[in-house]
Ligand binder design. Sequence first.
Ligand SMILES: Nc1ncnc2c1ncn2[C@@H]1O[C@H](COP(=O)(O)OP(=O)(O)OP(=O)(O)O)[C@@H](O)[C@H]1O
Ligand SMILES: [Mg+2]
Length: 401
Amino acid sequence: MSFKQFSSDTDVIAFARQHSDLFSADEPLKVAEIGDGNINFVYRVSGATTSLIIKQALPYIRIIGEGWPLSQDRIRIEAEALQLEAKYCPDLVPKVYHYDAEQCAIVMEDISAFGNLRMAMVQRQKLPLLGEHLGRFLADTLFYTSDLYLDGHAKKALVQRFINPDLCKISEELFFWDPYCDHERNSINEHLRADAEALWQDETLKLEVARLKIKFLNQAESLLHGDLHSGSVFVNESGTKIIDPEFAYVGPAGFDIGSIIGNYVLNIAGQSNLPGDQAERQDYQQWLLADMNTLWNTFSRCYRQHMQAETQDPSLRQAAYAEWYLAELLADSLGYAGTEVIRRTIGLAHVLDIESIEDAQQRTESERLALTLGQLLIKERASFSSIEALTAKLTKQLFCH
Ligand SMILES: Nc1ncnc2c1ncn2[C@@H]1O[C@H](COP(=O)(O)OP(=O)(O)OP(=O)(O)O)[C@@H](O)[C@H]1O
Ligand SMILES: [Mg+2]
């Protein structure tokens, strides 16, 4: 048998029964196509008391069709990345029940007890464990897939296993190219056009973006999730789940950290003009800034502990080296956060945190704020000696006019 797109509920149900032992043989099952993403098909199969998720990758991008082909190897990469992440933080990812190379499909745990982080942030939900969970996920997945832990052969084998050219190309273009020129893929609010044009003329900014881009292209530091925006994070009061690592490849660790920090910053920019009481919105902005501190501080504490306890090479285990490494990584992370903020404001794919501001003038104000913060993050990334130095600067920028 060769690859076949699931074309009916019966197909999906048969596949679910074949590849999991969740359901009894005579139990009636139903199927819903629940994918709200752009790239793949996602189905929920439910029985009387339990359910599972099936994700299938076609040889092209779902919302575009055959006009934009995309390697189906992405679903193998996603399955293997989820399994690797589960080795280090099993509580933070959905469990993979089965990966099927022929049908290009993953059968996995249904995490619908958790809600999308982007929606939670738009609704100003404070999540007491978010920063800690994200910090631990990043420390574990980035450390245990780096040369600070793996020996040379294991590391090169990892790089080879996660070569992901099609999806890397999408990120290369959407993060580092389109937003810095008048590209046809960009989506720019007409009221922000002059700001975008000024940004395209900013040679200092473009030089810094080039430095970040070359690291994205050639720094094989750690296995990345590769698409760690707030739509890939699911949350509730007691837990966090991170899904959709189909962009995984071995790249600069700061790219993952920066992607999610950039999404905090995008929500901060949105909260300046989202509907609701101003004091409540400002309070939420302050909560986001505090949680960014928690995220980075949890990450750096865990990373430092891993280096001290588990790095074998004595030259890389020196305390002074860990400090240097983490300082460089903070700067990289802030730079990538800035590229995420800018590409989500004037590039192809925007975010609900800002798009849901109905009034065009107010939306423009939040977009302008996002562009200002994004540029600050990129240009000044090396000047912050701690995350608190950054969040203090952002606090000043937001609240002290
Ligand atoms: N394990 C899961 N449990 C519950 N819901 C899920 C699960 N995996 C995916 N979903 C739902 O399906 C949606 C799309 O999933 P996902 O982001 O993995 O698809 P995608 O096609 O790769 O999307 P994108 O365009 O963001 O890359 C998620 O936003 C979520 O609502
Ligand atoms: Mg995806």
